[in-house]
Design a protein around this ligand. Sequence first.
Ligand code: 5GP
Length: 235
Amino acid sequence: MDKTLLYEGKAKKIYSIHGKPDIFLQEFKNSATAFNGIKKDEIEGKGILNNKISSIFFEYLISNGIPTHFLEKISDNEMLVKKVSILKIEVVCRNIAAGSLVKRYGFVEGTELKKPIIEFYYKSDELGDPLFTEAHIYELGLATESELNIIKELTLKINKLLKDFLIQKKIKLVDFKLEFGKDSKGEIILADEISPDTCRFWDADTNKKLDKDNFRFDLGNLTDAYIEILNRISN
Ligand code: 5GP
């Protein structure tokens, strides 16, 4: 496959494919980063695990009517995706207090939220991905009100679908980050990845962390946690 590197992020590379104008190739890297790139490591096998886990989640969401960029997993660490332009908005959805919710507002970690909380962050490495409001989004011209309504509606649907799926696997969906893109028809679809890099997953019985917090806070072995997630969602 003849390809050209278009974009390299912290965890993935995006390529255009010669002769396929509507498709990108998304490659998952082994790099692990945290705190806006301050903490870094290479973890053998992480790209393969995230590609597998993400593919399973995308297939599940698609089969439940969610529009996504996922087309096909084509190798251990690569998937084909629809070409989209990514909106510069990181959408975080929370069910249980953890991470920055605890740090910023003093919630007790592990507290179940009455309703899912949706937050928006400006996707900007230079600015350190600041939390922002809908008014900022409109003022910056990142999305229209009707586009943001679609994003919020899709996020709540995705949250419900993932939560219901994961609890059957004895996993609590604590929180997660989504990115959306606009396809060639101008439609808003789910993009990026859904993996233990971008979600907090806790064991339903013990609250053991099975996600990137193991790397962020040196809590345990990242690979073991990701393998555990893959095994549970595959069965
Ligand atoms: P928090 O705001 O608590 O740090 O993160 C909330 C959720 O969003 C967590 O599941 C975290 O993994 C995800 N998240 C937020 N920002 C990022 C980001 O820049 N990269 C990744 N991989 N995940 C993020």
